[in-house]
Design a protein around this ligand. Structure first.
Ligand code: PEP
Ligand code: MN
Length: 344
């Protein structure tokens, strides 16, 4: 961390800063220039309160040199990571398709959606049993009964399960069924939940908070990592902007930015980004082209009757095009669809 003093700063201002940082066990190196004084800090600067320092007399700016997240940072881990979910890799060099219904509704609907997902090339099945709904009157998910259906469908199809957990108290229960725990956008800064999934012994898919900066997203991942779990996949799912034509705005640039800052795999959710079926394939194309390590896509056998997010679910007629896209685009970019018999 570097503290830049303003031209009007006095010797006492500098001494006051030095006293504060030294009291915190951090070393301070003062460089006095003709115009300004700069104080370089070395040591555990995380415990210093940067906004407080910035507000002290004579201070012009406080700049971080290293990132505030450590375990998920690429600084200390230059190689990009691969996370394995029930044996299925998500990471560099490949594209992994996760697909399934937004919500588990019935055994038949879930099995049929899983069949659709598999036909499109999916190697992981998504499906929510605990749904984080904006309205308390909307379908909240089947809870444990939904988890049991997912487990049966896994048995039937061989697809490992990705499913959301919305409450820290349910982590143990959901982890007893799931191959990967999903933390959704509405819980992306629920720190108690992040800590609980950090201890659950399962890989975690962490969606980006709908209004979170990339740094806040990575700090949320750091909460999980700090509890000992580095099997984290970041998921860009669109952010809230002034645009109302789409449900959210897919932040395409977040993919390479997050991949540069963090060693964790980054996937994209084109379904929840656009919120519209007709946008899913174009946004999937964008996601793969920009370097996403996978995509997570809603499919439903009968979207008109879906209890959650029907308008964005792909139907049978869309699957061939999705499968074609995921088999043809990644190889052009030197990558392969995971599970693709033609390319593995
Ligand atoms: C979901 O994937 O079912 C979901 C609720 O997504 P998000 O948290 O991105 O809204
Ligand atoms: Mn949904």
């Amino acid at each position: 961390m570097v503290i830049v003093m303003g031209p009007q700063a006095t010797g006492e201002d500098v001494e006051a800063i030095v006293a504060i940082v030294q009291a915190a066990g951090v070393e301070a190196f003062v460089s006095r220039g003709v115009q300004r004084t700069i104080i370089g800090l070395v040591g555990d600067v995380e415990q210093l309160d940067a906004p407080n320092l910035r507000s002290m007399p004579g201070v012009a700016d406080v700049m971080r040199i290293s990132t505030p997240y450590k375990l998920v940072s690429r600084d200390n881990h230059p190689e990009r990571s691969t996370v394995r979910v029930g044996g299925v890799p998500i990471g560099p060099g490949t594209v992994t398709l996760i697909a399934g219904p937004c919500a588990v509704e019935t055994p038949e609907q879930t099995l049929e959606a899983a069949r659709m997902a598999k036909a499109a090339g999916a190697t992981l099945l998504r499906g929510g049993a605990f749904k984080p709904r904006t309205s308390p009157y909307a379908f909240q998910g089947l809870g444990e009964a939904g988890l049991r259906i997912l487990a049966e469908v896994r048995e039937e199809t061989g697809l490992p399960i990705v499913t959301e957990v919305v409450d820290a108290h349910d982590v143990e229960l959901v982890a007893s069924y799931a191959d990967m725990l999903q933390v959704g956008t509405r819980n992306a800064q629920n720190f108690a939940l992040l800590q609980a999934v950090g201890q659950a012994g399962r890989p975690v898919m962490l969606k980006r908070g709908m209004s979170a900066t990339i740094e806040e997203w990575l700090m949320a991942a750091e909460y999980i990592a700090q509890r000992g779990n580095l099997d984290i996949v970041l998921c860009e799912r669109g952010i809230r902007t002034f645009e109302t034509a789409t449900r959210n705005t897919l932040d395409v640039s977040a993919v390479p930015v997050a991949q540069r800052l963090s060693h964790l795999p980054v996937i994209v959710d084109p379904s929840h980004s656009g919120g519209r079926r007709d946008l899913v394939l174009p946004l999937t194309r964008a996601a793969v082209a920009v370097g996403a390590d996978g995509v997570i896509i809603d499919v439903h056998p009968n979207p008109a009757q879906a209890l959650c997010d029907g308008p964005q679910a792909l139907v049978d007629g869309d699957l061939e095009e999705l499968a074609h896209l995921l088999r043809t685009l990644p190889p052009v970019l030197g990558r392969a669809l995971v599970g693709d018999v033609l390319t593995v």
